[in-house]
Design a protein. Sequence first.
Length: 235
Amino acid sequence: MSKDIDKKKLEDEVAKNVKEMREEGMKEVYQQRMLKLKKEAEKIGIFRDGIYPEFTPQQFVEVAWGGGDSEDVALNGNTLQCNKIRDKPIYMFEAADGIRYCLAAFDFESKQLLWVRFNIEGDTKFSSGRDWFRWQPPHPAKDTGSHRVCFFLFHQKHLQDMSKLKTISKFSTEGRADFCLKKFAAKFDLKIVIGINAVTTSWDTSCDTTLASLKPSVAMDDNKDKVDPMTDPCN
């Protein structure tokens, strides 16, 4: 009987040790990944240029335009032409159950807000969430050099009541100028940065086309049942 108890005790101890080693190994891998992502953020100039106070990203946020063989992707500050990133991008990330997220995109050099999406759950394209500011293609002015288009994914602590926010069309310049990420995060209690990504772009002729389509204010369809902006003609 004693031998059976000792054997069981030994098996339990081995199982515990194996579990701890696996968890420690995964913890180390996770920490190494986070440090690598932080170095990428440093290379983009997120901290150096005051885009946002220093933090350690928890994961990489995939951002892409197009599809199939013609897909263009954001890779921590790689260069893409403006005409390649005009369409609303697709984003992917590892979402935790029961957690909401907010995604914000902006042109750091021109301080222009390009996109805000609240109440994201899950990571399948536009399966959830609602746009506050619809995606507006980057449109840096001619002869202004390189512009960093940054994507920040935040943990959203509170469900945002979208009926209290006026949806801003992609054709509208309303509320987009002089954007400050730090003030935006403070206003909506977005304290944790989950992940980031960025592309570098500069003026091309598509920017003039975008600028010509913009107005100070554009009326939006106020149908609250429309969750998927891909079906919204006002987008």
